[in-house]
Design a protein around this ligand. Structure first.
Ligand code: GLA
Length: 554
C-alpha cells in the first residue's frame, strides 16, 4: 500500500492555487458592496426588485418604492459576512380572521379596505458568486423553500420611467359580453402554482363535467404564465407555459375560449417570492398584438404595480386602462376586456369608457363566509351600472374550494346571479363534488344571471341579519332572494304584492313561484310568503304570472 509521504515541493504545488483562490475569494468578498439595484429571480416564479444599501456588513433595503408592486412591505434587513448573505423581509398577507363589518361599500376614489393583514417573514440566505450575482435560497414561513438568484441591475430597470397616459377619450364598445361572461379562472384555486397541463385539464373538465353546456366558456390563465421579454420586446411565456399559442389552440379545440392576464404596470402582483411577473407597461400595443396573434379571447388587466409608474388620480387610472382598451380594439380580434383595479375611483362610472366589458368593484375575495358576505352585499347600490357589454365584477367564485358550507356557497351563487355578476368559477373542475356541480350548474339560477334584460337587483327589506332582494326578470317575472346572514335559522317573509307585475288589461293575475334550489313549486297563497332560511343560507324564488286568469288577485 502506498503511503503519502511529506514532500515539501509537491505540497507547495498543490496548496498554492488553493491558497490563492482562498485569498482571492476573501478579497472578492471584502470588495463586494451590495449598495445598488438588484433583481431577485426565481425560475418560472417571477422577479422582485430591491434597492439595497450596505454599510460595513449591514445590508438594508431603501424604501423608495420601485416597480415591485406586490403585496405588503418590502423591507429587507440583514448582513453580508464572509461571502454569505442573510436578509430578512417582513411582508403582509391577507388575514384569515374576521373581516370588517358586513355591508361595507367600496369607498370613492380608494380601494375598499382589505381585512387586517398578518405579518409573515421571508429569509434570504445567499452565497456570493461574483460582484453581480448571488445564489440565494429563500424561505417564507409556511412555504416550500425556493432557489433563485440576486442579480445586479440598473436603476432604470428597477424604477421604469413614467410614460404619460393618453388623453382621455371614450373607447368604442367592442360589442362583446352582452350577458355577464362565464368561465373559469386559475387564481382562486392555484394562485401562480399551475402550468400548461393544468389549464388543458381544466378545459377538458369544463366540457366533461357539463360546465360548458351550462354556459361556462372562458378558461382564463391568471398570473404566473409570463417570464419576461425577448430581444424584440415580445412578452414570452415561462417554463410552465412554453407555448401560449399552442395552449390557446388546445382550448379552442374543445369549443371553448381562452383568457390571459397582464398588468398596466411593469409587473404583476405577486410572484411566489413576493415580486411579480411581466406586465405590459410601455408595451401595451405590442402585447395586445401578441395576445391577438396567439388567439386569446379575453384579457384580465390587473393594476398591481401600476402605482409605481402612474399617479393615483382617476385620470391616470382611466388613461392606463384606456391605453390597453384601444390597443385591444386595434388588434381586430374580439377580446373581452376585464379591468381589475379593485374598484378604485368608482370604476363602475368610467370602466365602459376605458373599453372595459367588466370591472372589479372590490378587493380580492377569499374562500370564507365573511369575505364573500362583505363583498356580495356591498354591491347592491351600484347594480344600476350594469348594462349589456359592461358589468360590475365582485370577483370570481369560490364555490367548491372548501372554505364555506353548501348553504354559504348557495348564497354566494344566488347573490352573484342576482347581481348580474360575471360567473368565473375558481375551483378545481377536475374533482368537483356533486353538490358543487349542483350549485355551479343550476340552470334556473344561471338564467337569472344571464337575463338578456339586466334590471338592477334591489333590497326589498332588511331586518337585522335578514334581507330580501328582488330583481325584475324579462318575461314579466321576478327573482326573489331571502337571505339569512345570521348565525341561527330565521323566518323571512315578503308580501307578494311587493312584486310589481305588469298585470295587463285585467288588473290581476294568478302567480306561480318556483324554489330554484329545491327545484319545486312554492304555493302562492295569502298576502305573504314566509320561509325558514338556514344560517348563512338563502331561499331563491322565481315568481311569474301563471297562465290563465283568476285565482290569487293582485
Ligand atoms: C390581484 C387580483 C387577483 C389575482 C391576483 C394575482 O390580487 O385581484 O384576482 O389576479 O392579483 O396576483
Amino acid at each position: 500500500m502506498r503511503t503519502l509521504r511529506f514532500h515539501p515541493r509537491r505540497w507547495t504545488i498543490v496548496l498554492t492555487p488553493v491558497l490563492l483562490m482562498l485569498v482571492g475569494a476573501l478579497i472578492l468578498f471584502a470588495q463586494i458592496d451590495m449598495t445598488g439595484y438588484w433583481a431577485f429571480r426565481v425560475k418560472d416564479g417571477g422577479v422582485n426588485y430591491f434597492q439595497l444599501q450596505q454599510t460595513g456588513e449591514n445590508v438594508t433595503s431603501v424604501s423608495t418604492g420601485g416597480r415591485g408592486g406586490g403585496r405588503g412591505g418590502r423591507g429587507l434587513t440583514g448582513t453580508l459576512r464572509g461571502g454569505k448573505l442573510h436578509l430578512v423581509s417582513t411582508f403582509n398577507m391577507p388575514a384569515q380572521g374576521p373581516a370588517p363589518a358586513a355591508g361595507q361599500a367600496p369607498g370613492a376614489g380608494q380601494a375598499p379596505a382589505r381585512p387586517p393583514a398578518q405579518a409573515r417573514e421571508t429569509v434570504y440566505d445567499g452565497v456570493v458568486e461574483n460582484a453581480n450575482r448571488i445564489a440565494v435560497t429563500v424561505q417564507t414561513s409556511g412555504r416550500e423553500p425556493l432557489r433563485g438568484t440576486l442579480e445586479r441591475v440598473t436603476r432604470e430597470e428597477t424604477f421604469p420611467a413614467r410614460i404619460p397616459p393618453p388623453d382621455l377619450r371614450d373607447v368604442p364598445d367592442n360589442g362583446l359580453a352582452r350577458t355577464p361572461p362565464m368561465g373559469w379562472n386559475s387564481w382562486n384555486k392555484f394562485q401562480d402554482v399551475f402550468d400548461d397541463a393544468t389549464v388543458r385539464q381544466m378545459a377538458d373538465a369544463m366540457v366533461s363535467s357539463g360546465m360548458s353546456k351550462a354556459g361556462y366558456t372562458y378558461i382564463v390563465v391568471d398570473e404566473g404564465w409570463s417570464s419576461g421579454r425577448d430581444a424584440n420586446g415580445n412578452i414570452v411565456g415561462n417554463g410552465k407555459f412554453p407555448d401560449m399559442k399552442a395552449l390557446a389552440n388546445y382550448v379552442h379545440s374543445k369549443g371553448l375560449k381562452i383568457g390571459i392576464y397582464s398588468s398596466p404596470g411593469p409587473q404583476s402582483c405577486s410572484g411566489r417570492m413576493g415580486g411579480g411577473y411581466q406586465g405590459s407597461f410601455g408595451h401595451e400595443e405590442q402585447d395586445a398584438r401578441t395576445f391577438g396573434k396567439w388567439g386569446y379571447d379575453y384579457l384580465k388587466y390587473d393594476w398591481c404595480s401600476a402605482g409605481s409608474v402612474y399617479s393615483s388620480t382617476r385620470e391616470d387610472n382611466q388613461g392606463a386602462y384606456q391605453k390597453m382598451g384601444e390597443a385591444l380594439l386595434k388588434t381586430g380580434r374580439p377580446i373581452v376586456y376585464s379591468l381589475c383595479q379593485y374598484g378604485m375611483h368608482d370604476v363602475w362610472k368610467w370602466g365602459a369608457k376605458a373599453g372595459g366589458n367588466l370591472w372589479r368593484t372590490t378587493d380580492d375575495i377569499a374562500d370564507r363566509w365573511d369575505s364573500m358576505e362583505r363583498i356580495g352585499f356591498a354591491q347592491i347600490d351600484i347594480a344600476g351600472y350594469n348594462q349589456p357589454g359592461h358589468w360590475n365584477d365582485p370577483d370570481m367564485l369560490e364555490v367548491g374550494n372548501g372554505g364555506m358550507t353548501a348553504d354559504e356557497y348557495r348564497t354566494h351563487m344566488s347573490l352573484w346571479c342576482l347581481l348580474s355578476a360575471p360567473l368565473m368559477a375558481g375551483n378545481d373542475l377536475r374533482t368537483m363534488a356533486e353538490e358543487t356541480k349542483s350549485i355551479l350548474m343550476n340552470p334556473d339560477v344561471i338564467a337569472i344571471d344571464q337575463d338578456r334584460d339586466p334590471k338592477p337587483v334591489q333590497r326589498l327589506s332588511q331586518a337585522g341579519k335578514s334581507e330580501v332582494l328582488v330583481r325584475p326578470l324579462s318575461g314579466n317575472a321576478f327573482a326573489v332572494g331571502l337571505f339569512n346572514r345570521g348565525d341561527k335559522p330565521a323566518e323571512i317573509s315578503f308580501r307578494w304584492d311587493a312584486l310589481k307585475f305588469d298585470t295587463g288589461l285585467y288588473g290581476f293575475r294568478r302567480l306561480q313561484a318556483q324554489d330554484l334550489w329545491k327545484h319545486e313549486p312554492v304555493q302562492v297563497s295569502g298576502d305573504t310568503y314566509t320561509a325558514t332560511v338556514p344560517s348563512h343560507g338563502v331561499v331563491l324564488l322565481r315568481v311569474s304570472i301563471a297562465s290563465g286568469r283568476g285565482g290569487f288577485g293582485l
